[in-house]
Design a protein around this ligand. Structure first.
Ligand code: GRF
Length: 207
């Protein structure tokens, strides 16, 4: 049974997709052991509480230093004997100490087809604003392993979504979430939970 920690910052729709997939059996051999948010007001924490899953708020703002926060976050993950850390709408920068502690055991959902519209400054609506400003006709989402960079780790799954006439950033974000994020994040977790993934020289392949 793969023990998951899901790190969130906002509404938690990706977390909900994971919880629903576990309930429906499209994710097997995995359980959410803890949900951790840097934002006490994140509705994602309410979603966890409704499922009687430990919902923890660890905010950098309440620690004397960033280093102290990083140490507390690592200790919290280790206290739950976590096998996989899932960044689901998480806006906290994951420190090298945690990346080192969980090599190819941290995954992130990014709302673009990496390497487009990713890296520092590209998150949330900003991704979709940039896509519309560039005039791309296809967008999508990516699930990737987290390494020392920003959105630079090995790509696990991607799913494309059409841009439509009249799209606003908000409309496009919703379509990417509904048609891509909420599908490929649970699928990636299920693949990992059932040992279907290998990473060789930074390239992910399915067993
Ligand atoms: C959304 O912008 C989503 O595209 C990205 O994180 C943000 C919040 O998602 N992955 P969620 O509703 O908190 O899962």
């Amino acid at each position: 049974m793969l023990r998951l920690a899901v790190l969130v910052s906002g509404g938690g729709t990706n977390l909900q997709a994971i919880l629903d997939a576990i309930d429906e059996g499209t994710i097997t051999n995995a359980e959410v052991s803890v949900v951790i948010s840097n934002n006490a007001g994140a509705y994602a924490l309410e979603r966890a509480k409704k499922k009687e899953i430990d919902a923890v708020c660890l905010s950098p703002k309440t620690f004397a230093s960033r280093e102290a926060f990083n140490e507390a976050l690592l200790a919290k993950l280790q206290s739950y004997n976590v096998d996989l850390v899932v960044l689901a709408g998480c806006l906290v920068v994951i420190p090298q100490s945690i990346v080192d502690a969980y090599p190819n055991k941290i995954i992130n959902i990014h709302p673009s087809l990496i390497p487009s519209f990713c890296g520092t400054g590209y998150y949330g609506l900003k991704v979709h604003e940039a896509a519309l400003a560039r005039g791309v006709k296809v967008v999508g989402a990516t699930v990737h392993f987290v390494d020392e960079g920003t959105d630079t780790g090995p790509i696990i799954l991607q799913k494309a979504v059409e841009v439509e006439e009249g799209d606003t950033p908000e409309i496009l974000q919703k379509r990417v979430m509904e048609q891509a994020e909420w599908k490929i994040l649970p699928e990636a977790i299920n693949l990992i939970a059932n040992d279907k993934i290998t990473v060789t020289d930074g390239i992910v392949s399915l067993k």
